[in-house]
Design a protein around this ligand. Sequence first.
Ligand SMILES: [Zn+2]
Length: 701
Amino acid sequence: MRKIKVSCLCLSILAFLFCFVVAGDHTRRANAQNDSGALSDPLGAPAAGDSHSFDVANMDRSVAACQSFFQYANGGWTKNNPVPAAYSSWGRFNELAEKNRDVVHQILEDAAKNTKAAKGSNEQKIGDYYAACMDEANIEAAGLKPIQPELDRINKIKDQPSLQAEVAHLHSMFIPVLFRFSSGQDYKDATQVIGQLNQGGLTMPDRDYYLNPEEKSKTIRAKYVTHVTTMFQLLGDEPAAAGTEANAVMAIETKLAEASTKREDLRDPNARYHRMKVADLKALAPEFEWDAYFKGIGVSLADLNVGMPDFVKAEGKQLTTTSLDDWKTYLRWQVVNARATALPKRFVDEDFDFKGRTLSGTQELLPRWKRCVQSTDQALGEAVGPLYVQRAFPPEAKARAVKMVQNLISALHDDLETLSWMSDTTRQRATVKLEAFMRKIGYPDKWRDYSALKIDRDSYAANIDRASAFETRRGLAKIAKPVDRAEWGMTPPTVNAYYNPSMNEIVFPAGILQWPFYDPAADDAINYGGIGVVIGHEMTHGFDDSGAKFDSQGNLRNWWTDEDLVKFKARAQCIIDQFDGFEVQPGLHEKGKLVTGESIADLGGLAIAYAAFQKSMQGKPRPPDIDGFTPEQRFFLGYAQIWAQNVRPEYERQLVITDPHPLGRFRVNGPLSNMPLFAQAFQCKDGDAMVRPPDKRCQIW
Ligand SMILES: [Zn+2]
């Protein structure tokens, strides 16, 4: 995902990177960049008397390990760490993300105070961006002024050509109305960057929010219409008119939702690959003036990938069957929605009331400084990044991470050699793919150049506009240029990691290479269960239901023998069935198909990290038991404890619908109940909840 603004992190490329966790309160991604944490405590190295290492107080030993390992390992933590009012969920990831955010906060406060920074320097830009965001008095005084030019433009729309010209204009400001257009590597020729046209145009998180017939969804839809009505009133519209307008927005977005493909059906990259000539796109949706659009956003192309042709076709029809006035209403809504957080407090509060309170169950807004740290990281993440790395990620931390990745690669290598269900032909090709993995650790070797981006203290909203336009141009300028393999999709302070199939690369930002994932003071078992599994997880994405379709060079090309592919699919189905069975709330189940890739990656990551841990002990005296736990038990406890979390029910619902990652409790109990090594470590018996019967046990890597 390149350039996305806060609430919607799925805009472009990142949507198809495979991350370790959802980008939520605790992580940011890509051009949605981010923040960070602590001088005195680099890499989570424990200060004297403050060892972070594994803590038995986080456990609940009244529950049997073999009944619910999540509860056993985390019951103490979840009981003592309710979700704070300003968060939708709270877990170990958040603890680290807060620490990283503190580091970035200090960097930005220092930069904002330094009014002598050279004009045009990165320090001036991050300081001014942050200061303008913090200047609420100035934002109040400006009122609607920042978006007035856009509202005026929309008001002047008088026909289809001027409507469509406005669509192009809003896209150039990163306001993704109607559909999404960005750049990305061609799935079938990873050496090329091409235009990518995808479905979009919705405000709520997924098509399901518009279409699900259940009561809970109906209630949310009613609240959404009320929210849109209120926002139009804040723009100055009369209540009755605002209500009518909100219904028009809802009608348009519902049609877009109907035309959208379910996200679980888009997991197969073949389903979203339809490279075609611009002439074919014109035939698909002749109602839209494509030449004018491409000219409007400043690109010239002969062909492109149309991810969802049916969506484009339906949208073309919708374009001329919906009234011009309704389209204008929709565009006005999209503008105020996209820029609400940069407007006066009444807009910020109303925006939060729906997106925070209704959609996520969050009780209060994050403090302003936290929102401003996040926003600065999104706009200028690679200008903040070098300063974060300097303060929080010393060379020895990078060296440790590099070594750990090597150990994990070597363990997967061994695993491939001994995997019983795979033929030698496929095995050999899998090994080639593994050996071709590009590894990115900590931070980019080459930082993004922001010299063409103007930032000042005059207007926060204007900074967002320019940063959005800058990022959009930067993304579109890649079309038909050679692929930049040095680029990163996450900023250094991010508590996350990803695998990118088109690059065949695994990427670990500095932000996650710290306690509780990695603690230099902890025993190896804890670290292999933590960061070891994170690394194994990302590697396994290269071989999950989607990643396995890409070859060592990042091309969507089958390298499996027919027979092995059939076996692989059957094994993936085992995981789908298992997760379909997990009930989250009464009537709400994990969606097995949506979470297949992540669940394969968790199970594979655990197997590989466990093997690497075993290998690390070879030829050495056996490590002593600690706190009464064997090294093997501590490996699994280390893993389980990174998933300690509490999630608000509203947000839980959103995650189940939109997030390809299962909830933390199922990321623990799901894969571990498939692992005989786990059962062995805790002496679980057949029939225990944490032991799946042999005929239901899933194993892939
Ligand atoms: Zn993942």
